[in-house]
Design a protein. Structure first.
Length: 349
């Protein structure tokens, strides 16, 4: 089915997912909506199902004082959020009395809803989605429905927008995406938000859309079910690395006038580049990026947020993922929402 995907259509589709749970959130963490039907998007299960099934939570999460157990929502297992969150889990548990329960989710937009409802204590989200949510703009689901209890903790690293395809598709430039079948990411995810916005900025109006997480999109490319996929995450993204191990991966460049058109569409996009050698690329691939960040809600105690923030940024030497970017000195670069007092206390100390 080939069609032009506009924002209204996106919201109608996203309403089937956890984004619907944002309705009625007014900054008090309230809202009794259940998790959305994330299973309709493919590989992800809902938060309530996840905890029961235990398939996506990390080992050793059970037991312990419930007051010291914190829920940390990440992203799909094929991206960067999930493994990085598990490194944060190890650092926090080694340096505090808290236990982190890391959960795989549909990422940014779903995680905003979980924070707003109090289903998550901390989460990784994109700075653009955070801004949309806090200001009640940008995405129709947030229009007039600002998530007033959303708070920032720290920014982490650039999240590269990667349009990935295979050599056999013949897609080499953005214009080649016209008429293609494109996986724009999980319904309601930050990846889909970026994909829809970027395709519009690039003038791509006629395409067939698929919606799954990174890992399933990789399988779809290998099977010829899609022509291209959007992946948002700090390079190298595991799912693309695995794909490149068996396939001739092509990254569609966003450069020149195309890059400027994307940056003109939203001021949170910045120039970025995937280095040569990554994913087997012979040349660097110019593109754009947003920023990954840790978020929480206003209801979290100041002491809790300060301790978790301190554990992470005082022990960055214990991390192995995105170590070139994650530091105390840069942790407020690109912060797009109000900082939680606990985080403020740490960075002011």
């Amino acid at each position: 089915m080939s069609r032009k995907l506009n924002r209204r259509e996106f919201v109608a589709a996203a309403g089937l997912t956890g984004i619907a749970g944002l309705a009625g959130c007014s900054g008090n963490g309230g809202g009794d909506g259940t998790e959305g039907e994330e299973t309709t998007a493919g590989e992800e299960t809902t938060a309530s199902e996840e905890t029961t099934a235990g398939e996506e939570t990390t080992e050793g999460d059970g037991g312990g004082d419930t007051e010291s157990r914190l829920s940390w929502h990440a992203g799909g297992t094929g991206g960067t959020y999930f493994p990085l969150s598990n490194e944060f889990k190890s650092v926090v548990e080694d340096n505090t009395d808290y236990t982190l329960q890391v959960q795989s989710t549909g990422a940014s937009v779903e995680n905003v809803g979980s924070l707003a409802r109090g289903d998550a204590d901390f989460a990784l989200i994109q700075n653009d989605v955070a801004s949309f949510a806090a200001n009640g703009e940008g995405i129709d689901a947030f229009e007039g429905n600002a998530v007033e209890n959303l708070r920032g903790v720290a920014t982490l690293y650039p999240e590269t927008i990667t349009i990935v395809t295979l050599a056999g598709t013949g897609i080499e430039q953005p214009s080649d995406l016209e008429g293609a079948t494109i996986n724009t990411g999980d319904l309601g995810s930050g990846t889909q938000v970026n994909a829809v916005q970027i395709l519009e900025a690039l003038g791509i109006e006629d395409y067939s859309e698929q919606n799954t997480g990174f890992s399933q999109a990789s399988d779809q490319l290998k099977n010829g079910d899609i022509d291209a996929a959007f992946v948002v995450g700090g390079w190298p993204v595991g799912a693309i690395e695995e794909l490149a191990a068996t396939e001739d991966v092509v990254v569609v460049p966003i450069e020149g006038e195309n890059r400027q058109a994307v940056k003109d569409a939203a001021d949170f996009y910045a120039d970025d580049e995937i280095p040569s050698g990554t994913y087997g690329l012979d040349e660097p691939a110019p593109t754009v990026s947003v920023q990954a960040m840790i978020a929480t809600n206003a209801e979290q105690p100041e002491e809790t947020v300060q301790e978790v923030t301190s554990a992470i940024f005082d022990n960055t030497d214990q991390l192995t993922i995105k170590t070139d970017f994650i530091s105390r000195d840069t942790a407020q670069d690109g912060m797009s929402i109000d900082l939680h007092p606990g985080a403020q206390a740490y960075f002011d100390s």
